[in-house]
Design a binder for this molecule. Structure first.
Ligand code: FES
Length: 362
């Protein structure tokens, strides 16, 4: 895999996925207006079909690692929830108006509740802290139906690699692999044993196939080769974790017994091929320099802390702003050519050439 360019697809697929972009655009055009204050405030967001909206209530909360809580979310009337497949995520509108995406970590066969697990991030944008501090049984939330951009294909031999909270999309896949009698192994890594969620649940699945590896017991994080050493020959690798872990696995893949890699990363990918450019807030507003290694969104949020965002990977559309002038380098996987031509810009990933100024309607 060529590591000098960004991953070819958000979820590790080998080429640009126009179908996914079409599907996303279609879903947004026809999907529901959520009842959250954030969405009501955002006039750019298109109207959507009510059938996509979900009203959920927190029915259970438990701690599953030192700084991780698991929530169970159910239909307030007790009815069955829309189905989903392993790898799916839920888009939640938090009471503050923030939007966040969380992988579903329960069992798709349990239609009475969705399970999500959230690690408190002290240096995050406040979404995880809000969940930890304010969501308790009885709290109501708006959401959208689960979507899946990290589908599990149930190949005969599979290696799951989870970095910390990255276990959440993989847990339903592991259950499915076990149910289908696949040759699977899971490596779960993290800073220390007490930061690894779902330890007991994973052990109960098959202790011989679950390999826990805490950095503090091994003198640091594992190498890519170390992680891939657990792969059965010809295995498909499903990896979810922080950027350095994904990079290490990508680099070691060709020399490993594994045959393919599917991945989902947390948060923003590091900016590795950026140039410094400038964003201006309005035609006469202040100019803000965007360094080569930072996103425009991060710079904009220093001036406008309430600018919404969610995925920071160019697929959810939450951070959309309107471009008034300038030549952007669109790097998202969401906007259609028509929307781009119409001035839509996703500053979490999109940039400009060195020295360029993007004038934004902010
Ligand atoms: S935050 Fe999701 S597209 Fe920018």
């Amino acid at each position: 895999m060529d590591l000098s360019t960004p991953p070819p697809d958000l979820y590790g697929r080998p080429r640009a996925d126009t179908f996914f972009r079409f599907l996303t655009a279609f879903g947004d055009r026809y999907s529901p207006a959520l009842g959250s204050p954030l969405l009501r405030r955002n006039p750019r967001r298109p109207h959507s079909r009510p059938t996509e909206a979900l009203q959920l209530v927190v029915t259970a909360r438990r701690r599953v690692a030192a700084d991780v809580v698991e929530l169970t979310l159910a239909d307030p009337s007790g009815g069955p929830l829309p189905g989903w497949q392993p790898g799916a995520h839920l888009r939640l509108a938090l009471p503050s108006g923030r939007e966040r995406h969380y992988s579903l970590c329960g069992d798709p066969a349990e239609r009475s509740g969705y399970r999500i697990a959230v690690r408190r991030l002290p240096d995050g944008g406040g979404g995880s802290a809000e969940i930890h501090d304010t969501l308790h049984p009885g709290t109501r939330l708006a959401a959208r139906r689960p979507r899946n951009g990290f589908a599990f294909c149930a190949e005969p031999a599979v290696l799951f690699l989870a970095g910390g909270i990255g276990i959440t999309p993989l847990l339903p896949m592991v259950r499915e692999a076990r149910r289908n009698g696949l040759d699977w192994h899971l490596v779960h890594t993290g800073r220390s044993a007490d930061t690894l969620p779902f330890a007991a649940e994973l052990r109960a699945l098959d202790p011989a196939r679950v390999h826990r590896r805490a950095d503090d017991e091994h003198g640091g994080p594992p190498t890519g080769a170390e992680l891939l050493a657990h792969a059965p020959r010809g295995a498909a690798v499903y990896c979810c974790g922080p950027a350095p872990m994904l990079t290490a696995v990508q680099r070691a893949l060709d020399a490993s017994p594994a045959a393919s890699l599917h991945f989902e990363r947390f948060g923003a990918a590091p900016v590795t091929d950026g140039e410094p450019f400038t964003v201006r807030l309005g035609a006469d507003g202040p100019e803000l320099p965007v360094p080569a290694d930072r996103s425009a969104l991060d710079v904009l949020r220093e001036a406008r802390p309430d600018l919404p965002y969610s995925c920071k990977q160019g697929f959810c559309g939450t951070c959309e702003v309107r471009l008034l002038a300038g030549a952007p380098d669109h790097r998202d996987r969401r906007l259609t050519p028509e929307r781009r031509a119409d001035g839509a810009l996703l500053p979490c990933v999109s940039r400009a050439a060195a020295g360029e100024t993007l004038v934004l309607d902010l």
